[in-house]
Design a protein around this ligand. Structure first.
Ligand SMILES: Cc1cc2nc3c(=O)[nH]c(=O)nc-3n(C[C@H](O)[C@H](O)[C@H](O)COP(=O)(O)OP(=O)(O)OC[C@H]3O[C@@H](n4cnc5c(N)ncnc54)[C@H](O)[C@@H]3O)c2cc1C
Length: 475
C-alpha cells in the first residue's frame, strides 16, 4: 500500500515536472505579415533596456544559440526569425533619447516608429526626411531595409542617418557613422539585422511644409516625360506618387499621379499642422475587398480610385500629414490566403518598354494583382545592398495569393518571370519580401551580395545573428 502511494507520488511528480518543462520549452510558431513561412522558434525576448539586450547576446554566445531581431515584422521573408532561435522584439525599446529642433536632429531607440517621431517633432514644425509611405514601421526595421518613400529630393533612408550605436555579435557596443567604424555603416543599413542590434539612431530632420496636392490622370507612355519635365525639374514639387491600373480593361496603361507642391505662403502651415488619422482606410479596404474576387471589382476599384484622386486635386496638406498613411486598408484575414508585396525598380528611360513587357507576362499568366503604386528613387549606391543603381521608378505590387505549397509554386513562377523582365530592363527588386527570387536573380540584381555575405561571416563568424533571408541567399 505504502509502496503504491510512493509510486503514484513519484509518477505524479515526474508528470508535473515534464509538463512544466514542456510548457517552458514549447516551441513557438512564428510568422511575419507575409504568413508564408511559419517557423518554430525557441522564444521571444521583449527588449526594454540596453543591459538586458547585452545580457541576451552574451548568453546566446555562451550557449551557441542564434538570435534574430524584429520590429513590426512587416518584412515578408522570415527576415525577423530563424528555426529554434531567440527572437528579440524591439517594439518597446522606443524612447526618444535626444531631440534638438535647432539642429534639426533626433536620436531615438530603434523600436520607435515614425509615428512616435512625428508626434514629437510636429509641434516644432519639423518633419522626417525619408520614410516609407506608412508611418507604422520601426526605425530599426526601416534602417535595416534602407527604406524609401514619396520624397523625391532626398535619397534612400541611409542619406538621412547621422550615426547609430550597434550591439555587435561579440556583445560589445560600438558607435557607427561615416567617420567611426565607417566600414559597418553601409553594411548595417540595408543589412537585414545580420550585423547586430541597432540600439539607437541619430537622424537628420527637415522642415514641415505645406503642400498643395496636384492630381491628374496620365497615360503610361507620357509618364516619364511628365515626371522629368514637370516633377523633377520643378523644385517646388517635394513629393510624388503615382498609381498604375491593375484593372483588366486598362492594365498597366492608365495612371494617376499625385504631386505635392510647396505652397508659396507657408504661414498657413499652422492651420493644417494638426496630425490627422488616415480617414480613408475603411473605404479603401472595402474597395480592395471587391477587387480581390473579380475583374469587375478591379475595374470598379480603378474607376472609383480615379474619382477619389481627382477630388483631392487642389487640397492642402502638410508634409507630416502626407507621410502618415497607415496600412490598415491592407489588413486581410483569410485562413487560406494572404497578401504579399513585390517591388521592382527600373531606370526611368526603360519605364514604357518595361511596362509593355510586364503586361505581356501578366496577360499570359494567372496572378491576382490588386494594386500598383509607383515612386521615384534617387540613385544611391552607398549601402552595399543598394537597389538604386541610377535614378529609378519603383513599382510596388500588391498580390493576393493562396498559402498552399501549390499556390506558392504558382506565384513563384510568375514572380520569377516578372523579375527576369525587370532585370532585362536593367532593373532590380527589393529584398524585404518573400524569397521568390532565385539565387541567379539575386546575383544579377545585387552584384555586391557575395561581398555583403562575406563581410557578415567575417564580422559574425559564429553566425549569432540569423534569419531565413540569410539562410536562403548566403550560400
Ligand atoms: C504594407 C507595407 C508597406 C510598405 N511600404 C514601404 C515603403 O513605402 N517603402 C519601403 O522602403 N518599404 C516599404 N515596405 C517594406 C518595409 O519598409 C520593411 O518591411 C520594413 O523593414 C518594415 O519595418 P519593420 O519595423 O516591420 O521591420 P521588420 O520587418 O521587423 O524588420 C526588418 C529587418 O530589420 C531587422 N531589424 C529590425 N529591427 C532591428 C534593429 N533594431 N537592429 C537590427 N536589425 C533590425 C530585422 O531583423 C529584419 O531583417 C512596406 C511593407 C509593407 C508590408
Amino acid at each position: 500500500m505504502k509502496k503504491s502511494i510512493l509510486l503514484i507520488t513519484f509518477l505524479y511528480a515526474v508528470g508535473l515536472t515534464l509538463s512544466l518543462w514542456l510548457y517552458h520549452h514549447k516551441p513557438l510558431l512564428m510568422e511575419d505579415v507575409g504568413q508564408l513561412l511559419p517557423t518554430k522558434i525557441k522564444e521571444v525576448h521583449g527588449a526594454t533596456s540596453e543591459a538586458k539586450l547585452q545580457g541576451w547576446v552574451n548568453e546566446a554566445i555562451k550557449n551557441n544559440e542564434k538570435i534574430s531581431v524584429a520590429g513590426m515584422q512587416h518584412s515578408q521573408g522570415g527576415h525577423t526569425y530563424y528555426p529554434n532561435s531567440i527572437m528579440i522584439d524591439m517594439k518597446k525599446y522606443n524612447n526618444i533619447l535626444d531631440y534638438s529642433p535647432h539642429e534639426k536632429s533626433i536620436t531615438v531607440q530603434s523600436g520607435a516608429t515614425w509615428e512616435d517621431i512625428q508626434a514629437k517633432i510636429n509641434p516644432d514644425h519639423l518633419a522626417i526626411q525619408v520614410m516609407q509611405s506608412q508611418n507604422i514601421f520601426t526605425v530599426g526595421g526601416s534602417l535595416s531595409v534602407n527604406a524609401h518613400g514619396r520624397d523625391i529630393r532626398f535619397g534612400s533612408l541611409i542619406d538621412t542617418v547621422e550615426s547609430f550605436r550597434l550591439l555587435t555579435p561579440q556583445g560589445t557596443i560600438i558607435n557607427v557613422s561615416r567617420t567611426e567604424n565607417s566600414n559597418l555603416f553601409p553594411l548595417v543599413i540595408g543589412g537585414y539585422g545580420l550585423f547586430g542590434i541597432i540600439l539607437d539612431v541619430t537622424l537628420h530632420l527637415t522642415d514641415d511644409e505645406l503642400y498643395q496636392i496636384r492630381s491628374r490622370a496620365i497615360n503610361y507612355q507620357d509618364y516619364p516625360n511628365y515626371f522629368i519635365n514637370e516633377v523633377h525639374q520643378n523644385k517646388d514639387i517635394r513629393m510624388h506618387i503615382a498609381r498604375l491600373s491593375t484593372a483588366p480593361d486598362t492594365l498597366l496603361q492608365e495612371m494617376f499621379v499625385t504631386d505635392y507642391q510647396l505652397v508659396e505662403n507657408q504661414a498657413n502651415l499652422v492651420e493644417y499642422a494638426k496630425l490627422e488619422r488616415d480617414s480613408l482606410a475603411a473605404p479603401q479596404k472595402f474597395m480592395l475587398g471587391l477587387s480581390r474576387h473579380s475583374d469587375w471589382g478591379k475595374n470598379l476599384l480603378w474607376e472609383t480610385q480615379n474619382k477619389f484622386y481627382v477630388s483631392q486635386d487642389g487640397n492642402y496638406i502638410t508634409r507630416n500629414n502626407a507621410m502618415r498613411g497607415d496600412s490598415k486598408f491592407m489588413e486581410y484575414d483569410n485562413p487560406t490566403k494572404t497578401e504579399i508585396l513585390q517591388e521592382y525598380f527600373v531606370p526611368i528611360d526603360e519605364f514604357t518598354s518595361y511596362l509593355d513587357d510586364l503586361r505581356a507576362v501578366l496577360k499570359k499568366e494567372e496572378l491576382n494583382l490588386l494594386n500598383i503604386t509607383v515612386r521615384y528613387v534617387n540613385e544611391d549606391e552607398e549601402a552595399v545592398l543598394s537597389y538604386a543603381k541610377e535614378d529609378m521608378f519603383a513599382l510596388v505590387l500588391l498580390i493576393n495569393q493562396g498559402k498552399s505549397k501549390r499556390d506558392i509554386e504558382k506565384t513563384e513562377k510568375v514572380i520569377q518571370e516578372m523579375i527576369d523582365v525587370t532585370l532585362e530592363h536593367d532593373g532590380s527588386y527589393y529584398l524585404p519580401y518573400y524569397s521568390y527570387p532565385t539565387q541567379d536573380q539575386m546575383d544579377e540584381a545585387y552584384p555586391r551580395n557575395k561581398e555583403f555575405f562575406a563581410q557578415k561571416k567575417q564580422f559574425d563568424p559564429n553566425e549569432v545573428f540569423m534569419n531565413l533571408f540569410y539562410k536562403e541567399y548566403s550560400q
